[in-house]
Write a new protein. Structure first.
Length: 356
């Protein structure tokens, strides 16, 4: 199958450090190529891929200080995809750009779908999905789709990562961990309080975006300063995560927002590390309660869950990751969705061809 994967230009594919959507696009693209498909990746020029790379801009936009209007470059990329559709270069298009492709690509015959990677509970999302109620979309969790039932959901496909990317390492587990990004909705302040109440060291491996500097300076820094239990490591790359997570008693995910998926949870599971997470968004779908971690409601129940970690088997957690959250499983699920939409589109393609 000739497949186009259309990624955001914000980060390289894969991203150098933080970047969930672009990381998932990379894993999916590599698996599709490995399964024998002809894949073209539309992404920034500093991306690395086994597919054919179509670069709209030479550098990831987050790292290119000269770009002030990223929407302009995304519009150019979408037009390049459309032009190649005119030349019938693809059998299927897979977008990772939220609702940006809806209007343009619903007016052309090449079958497509869009994976929605973000939150969908904002009021402005309602008219979008009511207006484009026939555009096929995929959710990354069942929880993500609840605010917009009027959307044309063709399935929920949980993320997966390469089976050998992160592996359990022989480590003594001596600390609790936070991984990802420091922001109010991520609840790092709550993680610090949970670890402090348990009397267990906490290591924070996370980035701080410019937009979250005020939260970091005013809320997090006072909790870290002079606290012998807390160590702020900063942002880490994939090759550092196995050691970091394998040395953790558990990953703390005390979020306060409708998390659409939460890659850090399956990254921890890949290392055999339990997850203790607040019951928000996708959490209850990703964590198997009492098997791969604990779903909690507040700081008090999180502290209690830390006391139950000895009940869990790290080998079982790894096996559950292999059963549910590999990139190969993700790619096979998407291929099934592609084929289903291709079958549905055949009458439409014939109708458009005859009209021409």
């Amino acid at each position: 199958m000739r497949i186009a994967q259309v990624a955001p230009l914000t980060e390289a594919v894969p991203p150098k450090l933080y970047g969930g959507t672009e990381r998932v696009v990379h894993w999916l693209t590599e698996e599709l190529v490995a399964l024998g498909h002809d894949v073209t990746l539309f992404a920034s020029g500093d991306s690395q891929t086994s597919a054919k790379l179509e670069a709209t801009w030479p550098k990831a936009l987050r790292l290119d200080g000269a770009v002030r209007d990223p929407n302009a470059l995304h519009m150019v990329m979408l037009e390049r995809v459309r032009q190649k559709c005119d030349d019938e270069e693809f059998d299927f298009l897979h977008f990772h750009l939220d609702y940006y492709p809806f209007s343009l690509f619903f007016r052309q015959p090449t079958p497509f779908l869009t994976t929605l990677h973000g939150r969908l509970d904002l009021p402005e999302h309602q008219p979008v999905f009511s207006t484009f109620s026939k555009v096929p979309v995929v959710s990354i969790s069942n929880a993500q789709r609840r605010p917009v039932p009027q959307a044309n959901w063709v399935g929920t496909i949980h993320h997966g990562l390469p089976e050998q990317l992160l592996m359990p390492k022989p480590k003594n587990q001596t600390y609790l961990a936070v991984l990802g990004r420091i922001a109010p909705e991520k609840g790092v302040d709550r993680a610090i309080r949970i670890a402090s109440r348990c009397g267990i060291p906490l290591k924070i491996a996370a980035k701080v975006d410019r937009a979250d500097l005020e939260y970091y300076d005013e809320v997090i820094t006072p909790l870290i300063r002079g606290n012998p239990l807390v160590e702020f490591i900063g942002e880490i790359s994939d090759h550092e995560k196995s050691d970091f997570l394998s040395g953790a008693l558990a990953l703390l995910v005390p979020i306060d927002w409708p998390e659409p998926f939460g890659l850090v949870m399956i990254e921890a599971m890949a290392c055999g590390t339990p997850v203790i997470a607040y019951n928000r968004g996708s959490v209850a779908e990703i964590i198997d309660e009492g098997l791969t971690g604990f779903v909690v409601e507040d700081e008090t129940s999180a502290v209690a869950a830390v006391g139950r970690l000895a009940e869990l088997s790290r080998a079982t957690i790894r096996r559950q990751f292999e059963a549910r959250f590999t990139a190969r499983r993700m790619a096979q699920d998407y291929l099934a969705a592609y084929r289903s939409l291709l079958e549905e589109s055949e009458p439409r393609i014939k109708l458009v061809s005859s009209a021409e």
